[in-house]
Design a protein. Structure first.
Length: 273
């Protein structure tokens, strides 16, 4: 058994990109740790603002996560304006990469992590905090000597189909569809495709735990409201697979086990047909 550390930008990202993978790893007896760069709060933190982290901890319990860590940064927001730092902490996009990587590396060493889950070079859909996660994650892995880094992503054709489905169903989707077609990862870059349909109920419940995001006014809130109300089999059909890129793979092949190539993987690593 081994430890997987999933590094994310904000509370709720852990579900959307890696929730099924984390639930599956936990069910197989591995230790699962989630690290978030930010607490998802744009302004100064207060006791009432702890809701986002409380929701993250509730989501983590549902997914079988054993530990949640906040690196101490503030949300940078997504849009043309990068607002000044709140008085109590630095926006993650402005954080010194070496300093942030050192904070994450300390967790990786403490947990003796075998696998680090991060984001692809585009930061998925391009959010500045997600791009920073990619940069910080890679550097932290170097500092901590973690050689197995998998970058969560979507194949671009899957992202395109999702956008077209939201439009067909007339679900408000406030993202630039053309920009999304150039982000995420090309299909040939995918090295891991993880079937998590067995964990659809957990993933949906973990998403629902982020109540403030589901009921809020964020750009993804209308989609999240639909997702948490779907019958579980349909939810699993839509979000029952998760994809990763192993940028260090010298001979890329698509496998279904995130521990493939580690001591915990061994013979259990299966190639995806």
């Amino acid at each position: 058994m081994a430890t997987v550390v999933a590094f994310h930008a904000h509370p709720d990202d852990e579900v959307l990109m890696t929730g099924g993978t984390l639930a599956r790893a936990s069910s197989e007896g591995h230790r699962v740790v989630v690290v978030v760069a930010t607490d998802g709060i744009m302004g100064e933190a207060s006791e009432s603002d702890s809701a986002r982290m409380d929701e993250l901890r509730a989501s983590a319990r549902i997914l079988g996560v054993k530990r949640v860590v906040h690196l101490g940064y503030a949300d940078s927001g997504h849009g043309p304006v990068l607002y000044p730092d709140p008085p109590d902490r630095t926006r993650f996009a402005r954080a010194d990469t070496e300093e942030a990587a050192a904070r994450l590396a300390a967790v990786l060493r403490e947990e003796n992590a075998a696998v680090l889950l991060s984001y692809d070079a585009n930061g998925g859909y391009g959010h500045r905090d997600h791009v920073k996660v990619h940069e910080v994650g890679r550097r932290a892995a170097e500092l901590a000597g973690v050689s197995h880094v998998l970058e969560a992503t979507l194949p671009r054709d899957v992202a395109d189909r999702f956008v077209r489905l939201t439009r067909l169903l007339r679900i408000p989707f406030r993202f630039d569809a053309e920009a999304l077609r150039a982000l995420y990862s090309p299909g040939e870059a995918i090295t891991h495709r993880v079937d998590v349909r067995r964990f659809a109920r957990q993933k949906q419940a973990a998403l629902a735990a982020h109540r403030s995001e589901v009921t809020g006014r964020g750009r993804l809130a209308p989609v999240m409201r639909v997702l948490v109300r779907l019958p579980v089999p349909l939810f699993g059909l839509l979000l029952g697979r998760e994809w990763y890129v192993d940028a260090a793979a010298s001979n890329p092949r698509v496998v279904s086990d995130i521990f493939a190539g580690t001591a915990a993987g061994g013979a259990s690593a299966r190639r995806v047909p």
